[in-house]
Design a protein around this ligand. Structure first.
Ligand SMILES: NC(=O)c1ccc[n+]([C@@H]2O[C@H](COP(=O)([O-])OP(=O)(O)OC[C@H]3O[C@@H](n4cnc5c(N)ncnc54)[C@H](OP(=O)(O)O)[C@@H]3O)[C@@H](O)[C@H]2O)c1
Length: 363
């Protein structure tokens, strides 16, 4: 693959103070350091965390008025290779890559060009089967799903044997759809909790059972569905709240785990994840009690590992996986199109009704 001529500058969508309208930022083309690659981004994805960071006053205070990028996921082509990495043949110019750029107050992926450090940031070669828009929809959510499923108890510790029973709340969302698909790869029995309109979609991802949270009492339905009363192995919560804790010991066996990526909070725009141990201290008690007596409780953060992106790329090439992109939003780096494009992607995240992912295309 040959090198394409590079421009002198790169455009990105950035903001300065919390909740200030994002604007187009023109900067000189970033130059990759010795251990970095330069990526020409072709597609990126929005996640709830983008809105949570953009609106976070504490972060605004700590980071000051510097330009802060939006977007964490990206897919693109290698446009430059740092001097140290050129010695190995790991990266080639023009190669298609996808990855996660998790820099809360730094650069984002709603940008034409981005330097990434493969030794410390998750990045991998794209599988043959995917286009850029599909690949951009994957990194953050799949890395979170892997972090949740790491808590699946071993077969020998489960009353359900090899077909361990997993429940995922929010099965039709970005993270949920990967928990469903990966749990099925691990040979688990999967129950997805979603609204009725998404039931067939979640079944299509591989879920064995579906509970419609609008029409059924979720806890009662789960309790009634236990074969011979055998309890569940893992509950993955992608929505937040405390509704399930009343039934904690009836739902989960001693070696099982309740894993949340949100916490007790239910707001879509407030920061979730392990940070909420500080704002909801009852989570600490649950965590400590579960550690000693079971079932385990943890509020987890996504994994940042390139190997896991390589693993999912291999899975895509060998077995096939479904990547569901509800909408591809255009114009995020154009003037004045970025205003409407930002409003649209922000609206999707605040509303919280997306099936799969929302992607932005980057020309
Ligand atoms: N800790 C971490 O590392 C980490 C990483 C990623 C994400 N997160 C957090 O995890 C949450 C989910 O992220 P995501 O990207 O998967 O979100 P998402 O794709 O925006 O989730 C939207 C989905 O949630 C479903 N949903 C909404 N309310 C529900 C309910 N009560 N029960 C079941 N499903 C419900 C919606 O389906 P319906 O329209 O059918 O209701 C929709 O399909 C966010 O709060 C995010 O900030 C944390």
């Amino acid at each position: 693959m040959t090198a394409q001529p590079l421009p002198d500058s790169s455009i990105s969508l950035t903001y300065t103070t919390p909740e200030s309208p994002p604007h187009l930022h023109h900067a000189p083309l970033p130059v990759p350091g010795p251990n970095q690659i330069l990526v020409k981004i072709h597609a990126a994805a929005i996640n709830p965390v983008d809105i949570q960071l953009w609106g976070n006053p504490l972060l605004g205070l700590l980071a000051g008025r510097r330009e802060k990028g939006l977007g964490r996921d990206y897919a693109g082509t290698v446009a430059g290779i740092g001097s140290a990495l050129r010695k190995s043949s790991q990266w080639q110019l023009g190669e298609r890559v996808f990855g996660l750029c998790n820099r809360p107050t730094g650069e984002g992926t709603f940008a034409e060009y981005l330097c990434v450090t493969p030794a410390s940031e998750p990045v991998a070669k794209m599988p043959q089967a995917w286009g850029f828009e599909e690949a951009a929809a994957v990194p953050l959510v799949v890395l979170t799903a892997f972090a949740c499923l790491a808590w699946l108890p071993a077969e020998t510790e489960s009353p359900n044997g090899a077909a361990r029973r997993v429940v995922v709340g929010g099965a039709s969302g970005g993270v949920g759809m990967w928990v469903v698909q990966l749990a099925k790869v691990y040979g688990c029995h999967l129950t997805g909790v979603c609204s009725g309109k998404n039931a067939e979609f979640v079944r299509g991802l591989g879920a064995d059972d579906v509970v419609d949270y609008n029409r059924q009492d979720v806890a009662e339905t789960l309790l009634a569905s236990r074969p011979e009363g055998r309890k569940y192995d893992l509950y993955v919560d992608c929505v937040g709240g405390t509704e399930m804790f009343e039934h904690w010991y009836d739902l989960l066996h001693k070696n099982a785990a309740y894993i949340t990526i949100v916490g007790d909070k239910t707001s879509r725009t407030a920061m979730g994840g392990p940070f909420t141990y500080l704002t909801y201290p009852s989570q600490i008690w649950r965590h400590v009690y579960g550690f000693f007596f079971g079932p385990r409780y943890a509020n987890v953060l996504l994994y940042q590992k390139s190997e896991l992106l390589e693993q999912v790329a291999k899975l895509a090439d060998e077995k096939g996986v479904q990547i569901v992109v509800q909408d591809v939003v255009k114009g995020i780096l154009s003037e004045p199109g970025h205003v409407d494009a930002w409003d649209k992607v922000k609206g999707y995240m605040v509303e919280g009704r997306v099936r799969g992912k929302i992607v932005v295309s980057i020309p």
